[in-house]
Design a protein around this ligand. Structure first.
Ligand code: NAP
Length: 278
């Protein structure tokens, strides 16, 4: 049987956890395959993807800053067309196909960690208006969340996303945070603030509705200051590592033909890998 190769494409790509996740599943399932990294500069990405069918790879995950270029290069499915971004590429008869598994990753992690969130959530607050926020808004609306306050530093980006998604999404600035969180059943950080190497997310959550779930999609560090503060106030919390693991599962299935499981052993493996990188 031939050895199947896949990779993650990004720039930079050294810190991607995707190889640790996919190699774990390859070993777990005894699959003859490998998974590597491709650091591709923005000036080379279009040419790299145009030649993908001759690269020897069966597929690839795509990370920052190439998700829009991947969308442009692939036959994109309905979810990725809605998001304008592709994070998973694979070949079928030399045709490059693309999807976006971030919506699935976001929702599957929330379902796993807070199984009853959907019944309780009428109103949500999303911080951030980048690519991740776009996937999150899509997922929340798909699950029937009626009111979403979208808070972002750059107002024009929040306005553009709210226009795209319609009247259920209300754009706002950080000055309106207190009023928004007082009414929210779910608060999500989808900014890069709080991530290692980024400035902290300096928000006061004293006004947050009691019992509201707090979800930070940043996963390095695993327990961000936001989650620590929320936990101390008695809020249920969800960290971002599960989103990363769950978004990888449908990609692995496309590359290697087996749907893998997200387990606590995988989580421990990836946490150890993250620690080893520091
Ligand atoms: P992005 O498109 O670059 O968006 C970044 C967001 O952060 C924007 O809303 C930006 O606001 C905001 N931001 C950045 N610096 C800021 C600052 N100093 N003050 C206020 N706001 C600031 O990035 P993305 O792809 O959406 O990713 C966002 C975060 O989610 C990253 O940390 C990424 O690692 C994480 N993520 C996690 C997963 C997972 O699987 N757990 C998946 C995807 C992303 P402006 O619009 O004002 O610039």
């Amino acid at each position: 049987m031939s050895v199947r190769h896949a990779c993650v494409i990004g720039h930079p790509v050294t810190h991607s956890r995707s190889p640790a996740i996919h190699k774990y599943w390859l070993a777990e399932h005894g699959i003859a395959g490998d998974y590597g990294r491709e650091d591709v500069a923005p000036s080379s990405i279009a040419a790299f993807l145009a030649r993908f069918a001759d690269s020897g790879y069966v597929g690839a995950n795509v990370t920052v800053p190439h998700k829009e270029a991947a969308f442009a290069a692939a036959e994109a499915d309905a979810v990725s067309r809605e998001l304008g971004a592709v994070n998973t590429l694979w070949l079928e008869d030399r045709l490059l196909l693309g999807t976006n598994t971030d919506v699935h990753g976001f929702l599957a992690n929330l379902d796993e960690r807070q199984p009853h969130w959907g019944e309780r959530t009428r109103s949500a607050v999303v911080l951030g208006a980048g690519g991740a926020a776009r996937a999150i808004l899509y997922g929340l609306l798909e699950r029937g969340v009626k009111r979403i306050a979208l808070i972002n530093r750059t107002q024009a980006r929040a306005n553009a996303l709210a226009t795209h998604f319609g009247s259920g999404v209300r754009p706002a600035g950080f000055g309106e945070l207190n009023a928004a969180i007082a009414d929210a059943d779910l608060m999500i950080n989808a900014t890069s603030l709080g991530m290692e190497g980024a400035p902290p997310l300096a928000v006061d959550i004293a006004a947050l509705k009691p019992g509201a779930v707090v979800y930070d999609i940043v996963y390095a560090p695993l327990e961000t200051a936001l989650l620590k503060g929320a936990r101390a106030r008695g809020h249920p919390v969800v960290d971002g590592l599960g989103m990363l693991l769950h978004q990888a599962a449908p990609a692995f299935e496309r590359f290697f033909g087996v749907r893998p499981r997200v387990t606590s052993a995988l989580r421990q493996h990836v946490l150890a890998d993250m620690g080893a990188q520091r």
